[in-house]
Write a protein that binds this ligand. Structure first.
Ligand code: NAD
Length: 249
């Protein structure tokens, strides 16, 4: 039980990587508070594991974050998973596209960290260790990909924010790391494939950029989340950890 006695909040936990992480953390003994904007997927998650507490949260709504923060038990771990993939080069990006992605991928994450850090600092004083995991991507400051202009910029900002939190609070028992997955088979990836002009070719192209010859599954990613939230990673902070199937070899 690598997360025994830890209370962990996860955003965008209704499906995909967030859901797998919620189930994985619960299996490792954590008390998981799973949040999402989608009540239906949260209800399905709660059926799969009734020990997981679910709460509706739209991370782009500052008032919802404030209300949640005021109503939470002390947190040992926070996994900011919510994010959106915009498809296009800079020439395809409207101001609205830019604002939407930056708001969801970066500003919401900043607000979550800002709202929950005071409670986590108190917890760190008591236990010596709390951990924040922020969802970035291999498409970020790590590597450029075609048609990921806003996405890459927003995920690079996540890495910068993560390093800054890590630097500011390293002496107070707070660790903060960014997770950088390769291409993961999730409902939203399936949506991106389905909306391509040639979905069969689009899937082949996604697989072709993964040197291991396949997409990641959510269960290839969740173990890194568990590791980063657990005390096993107690000497790891301020890092952008790749789980990319060899893309950046
Ligand atoms: P997904 O896109 O399939 O699911 C996203 C979840 O986010 C859904 O449950 C949705 O309801 C929730 N959500 C959307 N808007 C929200 C909001 N405003 N507030 C709260 N929840 C909201 O999940 P995924 O593909 O596992 O992606 C999760 C994260 O992983 C994202 O940040 C994404 O950028 C990142 N990521 C994904 C991949 C990939 O290939 N799938 C690769 C690298 C990084």
């Amino acid at each position: 039980m690598r997360l025994k006695d830890k209370t962990i909040l996860i955003t965008a936990a209704g499906q995909g990587i967030g859901k797998a992480s919620a189930l994985g953390c619960a299996a490792e003994g954590a008390k998981v508070i799973a949040t999402d904007i989608n009540a239906e997927t949260l209800a399905t998650l709660a059926k799969e594991n009734p020990a997981i507490e679910t709460r509706l949260l739209d991370v782009t709504k500052p008032d919802e974050i404030k209300a949640l923060a005021a109503d939470l038990p002390p947190l040992d771990g926070l996994f900011n998973c919510a994010g959106f993939v915009h498809h296009g080069s800079i020439l395809d990006v409207s101001d609205e596209d830019w604002a939407f992605s930056m708001d969801l991928n970066v500003t919401a994450m900043m607000r979550m960290c800002r709202a929950l850090l005071p409670g986590m600092l108190e917890r760190a004083e008591a236990t010596g260790a709390v951990s924040i995991v922020n969802m970035a991507s291999m498409a970020s400051s790590i590597k450029g990909f075609p048609l990921r202009a806003v996405y890459g910029a927003s995920k690079a900002a996540v890495i910068g924010l993560t390093k800054s939190i890590a630097a500011d609070f390293v002496k107070q028992g707070v660790r903060c790391n960014a997770l950088c997955p390769g291409t993961v088979d999730t409902p939203s990836l399936r949506g991106r494939i389905a909306s391509a002009a040639d979905p069969v070719q689009a899937e082949k192209d996604f697989i072709a950029r993964q040197p291991m010859g396949r997409l990641a599954t959510v269960n290839d990613i969740a173990p890194m989340v568990i590791y980063l939230l657990s005390d096993e990673s107690r000497f790891v902070s301020g890092q952008a950890l790749l789980v990319d199937g060899g893309v950046t070899i």
